[in-house]
Design a binder for this molecule. Structure first.
Ligand code: SF4
Length: 379
């Protein structure tokens, strides 16, 4: 089944490290954007309806930006638009990313009524000094309260994001946040390594304040120690940077890692379906204008070669703890995967980074730290 991704590009303030497709909240633009998004979903009907009727889609994901800047009623209308075009089962996973400072119990209850059944909070850290360094708008207490608010609003599927390798962060500081996360019992946690892009304002802040990132060996310790603690707390690792309680893996994100198809709506959203990949225009204004003037929004349309599709399936599949089922991939792409790549992969198996079972290939945890070296074989 398809996954549906809805991009909401608005934020109350721009974080100093952010490299996403986002802009400052503007109430008027937001109203026009929501209408455009609903129109784009409606417009896709002709392309997605098959001989058997509407295409099935079992996940809906609001990402951003800050989707929780939309009103519950607006989220409800977008979910309804998805349901009117796609065949969305009653138990579909509907996720909304939210920033802790934007929610209250009442607002969260409204999102639940609107059809959202999974919330993913951008917490990043439970330390005040780190949140300030990242120019985040919330404090540690609000992050804790947001999760409690979500529970009170009836959510039984709550995720949070944490960022590691922050400026001036020690291993101990990082583990404080990991322990704080465990303390509030989320159902799912995503760990991100801070990447500082060349023009990030954070880079200047770091130079001015003389903050630096911990050495590589410490980043390795941060990752391994976090995984151990999270697993000991019942949050099982299922992907390089994601852990979940039983039954709470992100069904939407699993589509990206299991060679699935998804459609993205909104500015800058990416789509992949039947071996074709495309992206919507990035600019919010341009996107809204194109929808209004019924111009196409997709740019960079690319038909993937069988070679690229195979490479992607192996590259993304290896991110999962279960790894890649060589039989399924082999049948889908008509090749003997090990016969093709085995000689290039042997050294990783010998080094203890990769496990080759008769019909499965998977990274060890040590291999996950060096995943890019292994994955480079496929691309
Ligand atoms: S809230 Fe998220 S999307 Fe918005 S500026 Fe901060 S990091 Fe970027």
């Amino acid at each position: 089944m398809l996954g549906l991704y809805l991009h909401i590009p608005f934020c109350s303030a721009i974080c100093n490290y952010c490299n996403f497709n986002r802009g400052l909240y503007d109430a008027d633009l937001k109203t026009r954007y929501v209408e455009a998004l609903i129109a784009e979903i409606g417009r896709s009907r002709a392309a997605v309806d098959g001989p058997a009727g509407p295409a099935p889609a079992d996940t809906i994901y609001f990402g951003g930006g800050t989707p929780s800047l939309l009103e519950p009623e607006e989220i409800g209308r977008i979910v309804a638009a998805c349901r009117s075009v796609f065949e969305v089962p009653v138990d579909a996973e509907v996720t909304m990313e939210a920033n802790p400072e934007t929610v209250t119990v009442g607002r969260l209850a409204g999102y639940r009524d609107a059809g959202v059944n999974r919330v993913s909070f951008g917490v990043q850290s439970f330390r005040e000094d780190e949140l300030r360094r990242l120019s985040r708008l919330h404090g540690a207490a609000r992050a804790r309260d947001a999760l409690a608010d979500a529970r009170r609003a009836g959510f039984d599927n709550v995720s949070l994001d944490l960022m590691m390798w922050l400026p001036a962060q020690s291993v101990g500081d990082w583990l404080e946040s990991v322990d704080a996360a465990i303390g509030i019992a989320p159902d799912h946690v995503s760990l991100y390594l801070l990447e500082i892009y060349p023009n990030a304002p954070l880079k200047d802040d770091m130079a001015r304040a003389r903050w630096s990132q911990a050495p590589d060996e410490d980043a390795e310790t941060m990752y391994l120690a976090a995984m151990e603690r999270l697993e000991a707390a019942g949050l099982e690792q299922y992907e390089i940077s994601n852990v979940a309680r039983s039954g709470r893996r992100s069904r939407h994100n699993l589509k990206y890692w299991t060679d699935g198809d998804w459609l993205g709506f909104g500015c800058g959203a990416h789509s992949t379906r039947d071996g074709v990949r495309w992206k919507n225009v990035s600019s919010t204004d341009d996107y809204v204008r194109r929808i209004r003037e019924t111009e196409p929004t997709g740019v960079d349309v690319r038909v993937l070669s069988p070679e690229e599709r195979l490479g992607d399936a192996l590259f993304t599949g290896l991110r999962l703890n279960d790894g890649v089922d060589l039989r399924i991939v082999g049948e889908r792409y008509g090749i003997d995967v090990w016969g093709r790549y085995g000689s290039a992969l042997e050294r990783f198996v010998d080094a203890g980074w990769l496990v080759h079972e008769p019909s499965r290939l998977r990274l060890t945890r040590k291999g996950m730290l060096l995943a890019h070296d292994v994955m480079a074989v496929f691309v």
